[in-house]
Design a protein around this ligand. Structure first.
Ligand SMILES: [Zn+2]
Length: 165
């Protein structure tokens, strides 16, 4: 049985393999219509489950992947990796306009092959957090702090709703 650290290393390696694979595929198929030649985005990881399962920052050319989502949904995460790499090419071809529009879906569905992909996912952050915790995963302190604030915010909203009744 691999240790948690080994499992994390394995899912990161898998994510980076997909990252390069979809980058190369997009480059070979739509590289010729890019206004500037895309550079393989840097990969970062985060421990949080309380925001998107992946992000692409076009200013820094960095994709961020989530370790707990990767641990709990590694196979399904392939589409998230392709999705973020598509953002890099969408930006290089069409700029910032309409980042999840039909051009984006063309890249994700027709070029990357996720034929029924939509721009959004319905992974449950709480279920991922629970499952990752069962695997022994402990997010870094700043994530726990952020979660506390999120929960405090949610409680405030509930209290306000209750107060209105
Ligand atoms: Zn997106």
């Amino acid at each position: 049985m691999p240790t948690l650290a080994e499992q994390i290393e394995a899912v990161k390696q898998q994510a980076e393999a997909w990252h390069s694979e979809y980058f190369e595929r997009l480059l070979s198929q739509v590289g010729n219509i890019c206004k500037t030649r895309p550079v393989l985005p840097k990969v970062q990881y985060r421990d949080s489950v309380f925001s998107a399962c992946g992000t692409f920052n076009y200013e820094d050319n960095v994709t961020t992947y989530s370790v707990p989502y990767l641990l709990c949904h590694c196979r399904e995460y392939e589409e998230i990796v392709a999705h973020e790499v598509c953002h890099c090419f969408h930006y290089a071809i069409w700029g910032r306009h309409n980042p999840h529009g039909k051009n984006f879906l063309y890249l994700l569905r027709d070029v990357c092959g996720f034929t029924s992909a939509t721009p959004y996912h319905s992974f449950s952050p709480l279920a991922v957090e629970r499952k990752a915790a069962q695997m022994g995963f402990k997010p870094k302190a700043d994530v726990a702090f952020k979660k506390e604030r999120t929960l405090a915010g949610m409680m405030r909203i509930h209290q306000q709703l209750r107060g209105k009744k």
